[in-house]
Design a protein around this ligand. Structure first.
Ligand SMILES: *Cc1c(COP(=O)(O)O)cnc(C)c1O
Ligand SMILES: [Zn+2]
Length: 415
């Protein structure tokens, strides 16, 4: 078992130590590599209680513990989109709804493992820079573990629901004048001090928790042809890819999915470079998008994500804010799924690629909806709605019947 850390760039391997996150030789990020002692039949994982969370897959995780910090994260619904798959023209289209996690985003998968580790290495406090969901998740899991939480948040750029969660769980909030990338630099500096354990996705242990999303897809539908993932700091797409590669390496599966990373046009350092045929991202200092969870100009995990997409034969694409909001509305109004804007970016990306003839019609496609619509209630203001105003019960009933029977003069959508 004894996990090792391997550099994604030069391949050098190291014995793990709690604060080793970058390769001393070349400065690139590390990933966890290990061989499980035991490989239970895959059906065994399904039999285990959902309340074990990601620890249902404990033999396939690099951390042995008797006392994981868990809230039953993962085991999220895989929802078939029967209307949309006909419009788009693929055989099967699913959403993996990560909004159903305990704090409403996929971050919980990684946080369960990272916070468990923070406690095992004896940290007093944890620190994370965040566009909001890492903050909410860190605050909740650290509260369970009894660790002090410091959150570095770009001022005025964190969605209301996420901020409310961070406050509710008692985290200490440091507002940074500047964007996420500056907050992350600050988190990295603090993490050098002994007292702090960092929870951002440059921490490869967190990504080990997130790879379980791939295990669950395999459990539910085998290996899909395509997976679409919104990309911000680029950790999640890398983690899901790692999960599928390990399933193959460990003899559970014999194929791999194509990984497709979707960025917002105003924050697309990876997608724009990929489409221009370059070999490295075009970092930007001023990312801007309605999808605040992926409002990132310098994705730390870019090389891991780049490898995931190129090795798998997928692609990177960018989508405009209005394409994101359109996908958000489609998911909500046609399929009943509330996604925050970043969460809908995966669906916006696959709609865009479908219109360019990306699919042959025979594929099974999964879009990861990374966060719940309640995270960002403000984003509802971009959608048309019908409001009727009434001054009495009779008036209300009359107005309702007018709309139902299609004879209302007020029946117009307002934004
Ligand atoms: C964190 C987050 C992302 C981006 O994930 P990365 O691993 O940083 O690429 C996308 N959507 C939501 C809702 C998130 O919270
Ligand atoms: Zn290296």
């Amino acid at each position: 078992m004894r996990p090792r850390l391997r550099c994604v760039n030069c391949g050098a391997e190291y014995d793990p130590s709690p604060k080793l996150f970058t390769c001393p030789k070349c400065g690139h990020l590390l990933e966890v590599v290990f061989t499980p002692d035991e490989l239970p039949p895959f059906t065994e994982f399904r039999r285990r209680s959902r309340m074990m969370g990601i620890w249902r897959f404990k033999e396939l995780l690099p951390l042995k513990t008797e006392r994981p910090v868990t809230m039953g994260e993962g085991s999220t619904p895989l929802i078939r989109l029967e209307k949309l798959e006909k419009i788009i023209g693929v055989r099967r289209l699913y959403v993996k709804f990560e909004g159903a996690n305990p704090t409403g985003s996929f971050k919980d998968r990684g946080m369960s493992l990272a916070i468990t580790l923070a406690r095992e290495v004896g940290s007093k406090a944890v620190v994370a820079a965040s566009t909001g969901n890492t903050a909410a998740s860190a605050a909740a899991y650290a509260a369970r573990a009894g660790l002090k939480t410091f959150l570095l948040l770009p001022r005025g750029k964190v969605a209301l629901g996420k901020l409310a969660q961070s406050i509710m769980h008692g985290a200490i909030i440091v507002e940074i004048e500047g964007n996420f990338d500056l907050a992350l630099d600050t988190a990295k500096e603090l993490a050098k001090r002994d007292e702090f354990y960092p929870l951002n996705s440059f921490n490869p242990w967190r990504l080990e928790g997130q790879k379980t999303l791939g295990f669950e897809l395999f459990e539910d539908i085998g290996v899909p042809d395509h997976i679409f993932v919104p990309v911000g700091n680029a950790g999640n797409i890398s983690a899901i890819w790692k999960g599928f590669k390990e399933l193959k390496r460990w003899g559970y599966s014999d194929s791999l999915p194509k990984m497709n990373g979707i960025q917002a046009e105003g924050a697309s350092p990876i997608a724009s470079a990929f489409k221009a045929g370059l070999r490295a991202p075009l970092f930007t200092d001023s990312p801007e998008t309605v999808a605040t969870a992926i409002r990132i100009g310098k994705p730390v995990n870019w090389l891991k994500a780049w490898k995931a997409v190129t090795e798998s034969g997928g692609t990177f694409e960018s989508v405009t804010d209005s394409e994101i909001l359109r996908a958000q509305r489609l998911l909500a109004r046609e399929e009943g799924i509330a996604a925050e804007p970043a969460g809908a970016a995966s669906v916006a990306g696959l709609i865009k690629l479908a219109s360019q003839g990306y699919f042959n019609g025979d594929e099974t496609v999964v879009a990861v909806v990374t966060g719940h619509g309640l995270k960002d209630p403000d984003s509802a203001r971009f959608h048309p709605t019908m409001r009727l105003r009434a001054i009495s019960m009779d008036d209300a009933i009359e107005k309702v019947m007018e709309v139902l029977e299609g004879r209302s003069v007020e029946e117009k959508a307002v934004g």
